[in-house]
Design a protein around this ligand. Sequence first.
Ligand code: GDP
Ligand code: IMO
Ligand code: MG
Length: 436
Amino acid sequence: MSNVVILGAQWGDEGKGKMVDLFSERFDIVVRYQGGHNAGHTVFIGDQRYVLTLVPSGILRGKQVVIGNGLVIDPAELIRQIETLEAAGVDVAGKLAVSNRAHVIFPFHRTVEKVSEAREGRTAIGTTSRGIGPCYEDKVGRRGIRMADLVDERAFPELFRALAEDKATLARAFGIQDKLDYGAILEEYLAYGRRLRPMVCDTARLLHQAVGQGKRILFEGAQGSMLDIDHGTYPFVTSSNATAGGVATGAGFPPTKIDGVVGVSKAYVTRVGGGAFPSEALDEAGERIRNAGGEYGTVTGRPRRCGWFDVPLIRYTAMINGFDSLAITKLDVLDGLEEILVCVGYRLDGEEIEEMPAAHGVLARVEPIYERLPGWKSSTREVRRFEDFPPNARAYLRFLEERTGVEIGVVSIGAERNQTAVAEGSRLERLLGPLS
Ligand code: GDP
Ligand code: IMO
Ligand code: MG
């Protein structure tokens, strides 16, 4: 098997960066297929911490990396990231290809987002304020500007003026103080276009040719399945398809060539921003998880909301994505807890329900049904084989497997690459090759 997707099974920040880094040496190319710099993927190599927002995490292992057409790109952020990586000795220039069909984020996208989030009477989504949603709005509204346009110095000014005029008209109509200097933005973006031009190409073709040469491709999801625009907790979601289907459209990669999908899930749950969270722990247990897990946003620094593993949620995201295997991260954060709760079902108006409600208002009303499992008292951080986990930790993992119906192929017990335990003979091993 060759082409594999790794994506978030919950609300993001599951530890995708670590998992992609861990597995990337088995692949030739690592590809992002959706989202933008709302993502923050942390990778530790020794003591060195890297946070990747746009460039796929495989860059740190010298892999070829691709930013697919499904992304929205803030060129200033992309250039900043390239420069930061190169200053740290990571070779980017020869390794990074950027899709000519990816859309471009402009400063006015952030303005639109700020106005929309702050509007009186609206429940804020709690976005990352990166202009992601408004840029996707322009894409779907068929007035967006793509990387192919940005790097075309002759065509770009006119396209930009048309879009800028659109925004200025809207700003006037809504009485918004529009302080943007469109002339300066045009000049700035022309310079970005010149800088990025050598990397911009038809990345779907690049991947097609790579497959023809027998190369192996790893797709790195951003955000998480419950933040997916179609399948997540709408409207408290992001504006792209973070689920496995997003690979086909967001990279121009045929679904017939995807060999497997791995879901990354924490051993508990976190969420940043607003929206329903049935198993949220608002008591001191939640606080303890936040402290032990360092649960503060990688991109915005906001404290992450914490709660207990949610079985119906994973059953749902497993259904949508067809997970072959789960990677469970941050099990070590639960070390030392007296007991661990697992949400095994929801109750709605006194009745047990099996399905994820589509309406956000209904999901916000469900009550979690918990089972309580005994914790373990020792540290799991040094464990490298499943057999060596404390019996209660093994029982916890088995319980999650049984209830979700998905195997657990790998467990992470620390941020570093070697702090990982693998299950022998798993489907994951069949997908990726021997892991231990
Ligand atoms: P991503 O967006 O899915 O890549 O996840 P983030 O990087 O935003 O957040 C995950 C955080 O947990 C990062 O700070 C990681 O370094 C850290 N991390 C990943 N796996 C583990 C683990 O198994 N144990 C602990 N304690 N930390 C981990
Ligand atoms: P990674 O890839 C966690 C959340 C925001 C907000 C909602 C919409 O690191 O897992 P947006 O700016 O995308 O319009 O915000 O989605 N969100 C994330 N939460 N991890 C992320 O990325 C996220 N990207 C967006 O907090 O609730
Ligand atoms: Mg993150």
